[in-house]
Design a protein around this ligand. Structure first.
Ligand SMILES: Nc1ncnc2c1ncn2[C@@H]1O[C@H](COP(=O)(O)OP(=O)(O)OP(=O)(O)O)[C@@H](O)[C@H]1O
Ligand SMILES: [Mg+2]
Length: 523
């Protein structure tokens, strides 16, 4: 820039910097954001398709899960990064509803951009969107329905839909509800983090079940160890079960055979002492985070005690949570008060497979702080997707138990919000009315996409839905087959809907308020 008096221009940014201003800014940001929501669009809803993700390290995933797809994309564009961080927030806060959030944000941006291009001031747009968001929240509260047992199962089913569990939807939804109910005895609000997953790699998905305890894979060190125990008292030890090695280098001179014998005897004596303290504690299962001495293992086996070593810290922690055992550092002073309890322990070796590890199942824990869902089926890619679906379901059901209120799915709530905002906009005197109308249209993306993905015509269905929403008290939305109908089997926890809408709205507003893009990369 020059002041015309022959002075050199004032340079505040490097030469290759590209500055974009005006409506071109939104064009730029929105195009990037739209690529994202368009990418996720076909995966949405009960008729959503899957994506195959093939990573640079050669691993493959087939998924319908918005959070997984977003997590695997190496995003560079700053606008797309805002979308990624929004998706991550939704995943962290709620575990489900990521695709909904992306679609809502994409469509709010699109609608907002159309108005900016027509000359609406960004702050008027923001004002209209904020007013609409308040109306939407009121509508969500008004449409909240009290939770009951059958709705809890529907919440699980709705979250699982499309995640590879279609063949066993009833089984998985009851597994989700039962596993959270099992830990609700020890926790006021049962959390999905207290449900562990175990891939059995056996049978098929119908063999999936709850283990009221934990399961893991380890090679059982001696075949003579008991492989079927009942009414089991459990000791959980974090360190090794062996006599301590000396830290210092010491040389012991032995001058006679008697001395050697005495030395070996003393060592054996110490091992016996350790074995005895475990035997005396009354434990018949010993779980250990470190190594187990061979001689001690023999002593335990002779007393019908099963000992499993080399467990990692999460397995030790999970075993303690489910059985109620205290994690003990030193076995010398272990007592019966430190032990936990379970009904049965079974370990099995699959002789047909070349796996060197056995499956150990600790089941029937009383008032467990943690339970495990065992997922059957041999296909790695399929079970991974089922586990992602189960996570969505667990988070959704846990939130529903906390909220104690649910919201209808199938796009019902978005159609009702669209209607409420449209009605309110009619009494809005200023230009913010345009923004409210835009918000209202953006909400209809959700039912619209559900229709599109089922192969029907979105335009006709949206008009039909608008009429039905205007005329009926009942919850009308888009059913599994993409038809406009009363929805009574798809439910979401209130938190997921509110968080998703709030997040989508704030992210869109954040982008629409940007008036210049200054790119030092020159793009
Ligand atoms: N049985 C059903 N009938 C009608 N709509 C359903 C049914 N099951 C699920 N839906 C709808 O499908 C949508 C959820 O689809 P999907 O799970 O693909 O996306 P998401 O939950 O937003 O994102 P993600 O699960 O990837 O985090 C919700 O709007 C939900 O109400
Ligand atoms: Mg979902």
């Amino acid at each position: 820039m020059s002041d015309g008096a022959g002075k050199p221009p004032v340079v505040i940014v490097p030469e290759q910097t590209n500055i974009t201003s005006g409506t071109a800014v939104q064009e730029k940001l929105i195009n990037a954001a739209r690529v994202f929501s368009d990418l996720l669009k076909p995966t949405f809803g009960p008729k959503g398709l899957d994506k195959m993700l093939y990573k640079s390290d050669g691993t493959t995933a087939v998924t319908n899960d918005g959070a997984k797809i977003v997590a695997e994309l190496l995003v560079k564009h700053p606008a797309a990064k805002m979308m990624v961080s929004m998706a991550n927030s939704q995943e962290e806060n709620c575990g489900d509803g990521v695709t909904t959030t992306m679609l809502l944000c994409g469509s709010l941006l699109q609608e907002g951009n159309n108005l900016l291009k027509k000359g609406l001031h960004p702050l008027t747009l923001v004002e209209g969107f904020r007013k609409s968001l308040e109306i939407a929240k009121k509508q969500i509260n008004a449409d909240s329905i009290k939770l009951d047992d059958s709705k809890l199962l529907s919440v699980a089913e709705t979250a699982l839909t499309g995640k590879g569990t279609e063949g066993a939807l009833d089984l998985f939804s009851s597994i989700i509800v039962e596993s959270l109910t099992a830990i609700s005895e020890t926790q006021e609000t049962p959390r999905a983090e207290n449900i562990a997953m175990f891939k059995s790699n056996l049978g098929n998905i119908h063999d999936s079940r709850i283990i009221y305890g934990v399961a893991f894979r380890r090679r059982v060190l001696m075949d003579s160890l008991p492989n079927r125990l009942s009414n089991v008292r459990v000791a959980v030890i974090s360190g090794d079960i062996k006599i301590r090695k000396m830290n210092r280098n010491a040389e012991i001179q032995i001058t006679s055979a008697n001395q050697l014998e005495a030395f070996v005897d003393a060592e054996q004596e110490r091992k016996n002492h350790l074995s005895q303290s475990l035997i005396n504690s009354g434990a018949s299962l010993v779980l250990c985070g470190g190594e187990i001495d061979r001689d001690i293992l023999h002593n335990l086996a002779e007393n019908n005690i099963l000992a499993i070593g080399e467990l990692d810290s999460s397995e030790i922690h999970n075993s303690s949570s489910s059985t109620g055992a205290k994690i003990v550092d030193s076995i010398v002073d272990i007592g019966s008060k430190d032990l936990g309890f379970c009904d049965s322990v079974i370990w099995e070796r699959n002789e047909a497979s070349d796996m060197v590890e056995d499956i150990i199942r600790i089941d029937g824990c009383k008032k467990p702080g943690l339970v495990t869902i065992e997922v059957g089926g041999a296909g790695e890619i399929v079970t991974e997707e089922i586990i992602r679906g189960l996570h969505d379901g667990l988070r959704a059901v846990s939130l529903a138990m906390e909220d104690k209120e649910v919201i209808p799915g199938g796009g019902v709530i978005y159609s009702r919000i669209a209607h409420a905002v449209r009605i309110s906009s009619e009494s809005e005197p200023g230009r913010a009315r345009l923004a409210m109308e835009a918000f209202s249209r953006a909400m209809e993306t959700i039912p619209g996409t559900l229709v599109e993905n089922s192969g029907n015509d979105a335009l006709d269905s949206i008009l039909e839905l608008r009429t039905a929403t205007r005329n009926q008290e009942k919850f009308v939305g888009i059913d599994e087959d993409g038809k406009v109908s009363v929805i009574d089997s798809a439910w979401h926890p209130q938190t997921i809907i509110t968080e998703s809408l709030q997040l989508a709205c704030e992210t869109a507003i954040g982008m629409l308020r940007i008036d210049q893009v200054i790119s030092s990369r020159g793009d």
